[in-house]
Design a protein. Sequence first.
Lengths: 322, 489
Amino acid sequence: MAKPKVAFYWNASCGGCEEAVVDLAEDILKVVKAVDIVLWPVAMDWKRADVEAMKEGEIAVAFLNGGVRTSEQESWAKLLRKKSKLVVAFGACAHLGGVPGLANLHDRKSIFDAVYGYLPSVNNPTGVRPQHKSDSPEGELEIPEFYDTLYALDQVIDVDYYLPGCAPPPDLIMEAVTAILSGKLPPKGSVLAPAKSLCDTCDRNKTKPEKLEIARLKRPHETFMDPEKCFLAEGVICTGPATRSGCGERCINANMPCRGCFGPTDEVRDQGAKFLSALASIIATEDPKEMEKVVESIPDTTGLFYMYSLPASLLTRKKTIR
Amino acid sequence: MKKRITIDPITRLEGHGKIEIFLDDRGNVAKAYFQVPELRGFEKFSEGRMAEEMPRITPKICGVCPTAHHMASTKAVDDLFKVTPPRTARLIRELVYNAFMFEDHALHFYFLGGPDFVVGPDAPKAERNILGVIAKVGVETGGKVIDIRKRVRNIITTLGGRVIHPVLGLPGGVSRGLTKENREEFTKTAKDAVEFARFSLDLFGNVVLKNKGYVDAITGDVYKHRTYYMGLVDSKNKVNFYDGDIRVVDPNGKEFAKFPVRDYLKHISEHVEPWSYTKFPYLTAVGWKGFVDGEKSGIYRVAPLARLNASDGLSTPKAQAEHDRLYDTLGGKPAHNTLAYHWARLVELLHAAERMVELVKDPDIMGTELRTLPTQKPSEGIGVVEAPRGTLIHHFKSDERGIITQANLIVATVNNAPAICMSVERAAKGLIRNGNVSDGLLNRVEMAFRAYDPCFACATHALPGRMPLEVEIKGPDGTVLRRLSQFVD
């Protein structure tokens, strides 16, 4: 029997998800034995034409990392969707938009005006901006179109499963691959990670008092963080309560609080809103003015509570009300 | 004859780029365009963020060199909050940083660039990869490569929580220290890393330097550009990856400028073209003269060979000896030979390993004081490190609450973007004549790229990791002459 065909591809990502696959080390060889990799630019021969020539559904599973920001990425995502039985959104950017999704607080023009305009090292007196199509003395040059919005993968194509994390840890990658190969799959749309919240699996949870009450929020650089204690109990923002478990508490092991790269748990649609509600319940005051003061000590709640999930949130992007 | 040639894809580099090479009516190369087809806009969306979060945000620029962005941002927020980390914290950061330089350089030599030499530029395409390297040098050596990278990367995982996007750095220090057990383990790892680096240099000596064809390629004109060179140096003008002043030498090796990083805007400007999302930096004092080399063009180069060129050597003895051997062989300093970047990278591999030994030996690395809490109002900060791929500048401004109001990033590979464009054009011009595209063109053009170990994820604060590069060569009417496809390793 022919081995199942697998594709790896990347969109608006950083390469960390690729490193995560390489970091499977010896396990990668097991995967290579069991499947026929038909697209993996880092490791295999391929051309877009080869993928185009495939029959619909010929690829058993395509793992796509990165959000979608350009016309080229959209076209690749749609092509792979057509040719693949299953599509897995691999990593935080494909899953939720990821950190580059914070660009949804802006649009193409404001991004270009910064990057090619007012930033202090730019010398661009005639206001040149990169163009989708431009003329050179020798002929026309083309680069993909840059969209106003960064999209999570499922905002562009239908996605079957999600593998969370920035980047996904090796054990979850292997579990996902094994589940797919053996056909033992959860319902479509599932996130292939534990259903618990990070607090449920975090070692420091036992230091959290029965009733958590904080009078003042502290930013990480403002305080010495106890290497054993619950960050929130110390007043340091840790998005663990609104974040799915499964990362192995990597940041917490380095004595740094969670920033939410695994996204929300199954019950939650909007990770930032969930965290805000969790936070409201532990602030030790009923007085709205006092509460405002406490929250003001965190001057960028959007960037902190939606660090990885703005495109996939209820907000999606900054809206302009005319 | 109007022609356009597409090489799609070319490989073994990090990030996605595109080159268009136009031929003239006689079929010779008229012009090459190095295009970067994406942007993510980190500089813009950094505005509004809390400054202390920047070391956790900017690594997402690149998952291959996240530690470089993490450290540049960490240093920038030290400066922004006006706080000096305790000595222990600095030693820990430097240890992590040198571990990172080591594993990243090793990745490039064995997986990306080295196969062209170890296996050979004209070897069958199917062998020009890590597996080919292992076949050539033996399974035992292959195992060594994987083992040492894993152990050195483990230093970053231990201290940074994760090797992809580590989190140890925050304004004024680091989040955790070393245990006794860590130190014992790291000491052994560092010593083995020194041995491994020496082994790699011996391998380069035996396989490359004893092969006349390779030496001719390294010293030949196709891969040569006389440019300015830039790198961070310590007070004795020795290479330093983590900290120092920026030094620039001219194409004759004479010091052109040396300045504290806070003065970078006086010296570096960035040019914009409509056909690429990347910017093109140049030396302000010399000016932008287009994609040309020489003293009158402000184009400069960064990364391993440029760092050695811009310095008076290395602070560690074994690496210094290798530095001397490199320049003796290449006929003095500076060396303009692009392919010698590979060699310089291995000299730096050894330096990074020797630095790891020194740092882990320092008794202060076991200190308990890991943080200095900021007490002053934040305002502006600049952090510069030498990333594997060159000088990396993070510059932030903030309001009194520490909210970023402006973020300017000049990223390692971006510094080399103009030179990369020239290098590809020169390689193409040397190989394409009268419309005949040599079959050897493909890999030879790629070699012009790979020497820089370019990372286009970084270059655009944008790009996907290790996506193949497209090369298109076309005539004025855009006719496709031939579509060459590269076996992707």
